[in-house]
Write a new protein. Structure first.
Length: 120
């Protein structure tokens, strides 16, 4: 009888651990994406204010309904002649997948990542 009670307790504990770790890792992935989205959006906003152009290949937003890739190597000359780069001057650390051409901006200046959140 005591062995059966101990076995049931162990089974319940294993089930709880599985449920907690599954939820934990998916929330951590979502949290990393949210943090990166916020960081990139903040950096884009700061870059635009100083450069008067967007960190895209042509310095402008795309047409309505379209996307432009964010150029993490975008740069401009400041008023004092100093070259200011999107990275590292406006974003201190590169987000995950920055080099996979998935970070984009739309015509309304909304930053997004072109990949499923569970793959991030």
């Amino acid at each position: 009888m005591e062995l059966m009670v101990a076995l049931i307790i162990v089974i319940v504990l294993i089930a709880v651990v599985i449920l907690v770790t599954r939820g934990f890792f998916s929330k951590a992935r979502e949290s990393a994406l949210d943090v990166d989205l916020h960081s990139v959006k903040t950096a884009v906003d700061a870059y635009v204010l100083q450069a008067n152009e967007w960190p895209t290949a042509d310095g402008s937003l795309p047409s309505q309904g379209q996307y432009a890739l964010i150029d993490f190597n975008a740069s401009f000359k400041s008023m004092d002649g100093k070259t200011m780069s999107f990275y590292p001057h406006f974003i201190s650390s590169l987000p995950r997948h920055w080099d996979e051409k998935v970070w984009r901006i739309d015509s309304a200046a909304l930053v997004s990542v072109d990949m499923a959140s569970d793959k991030y």
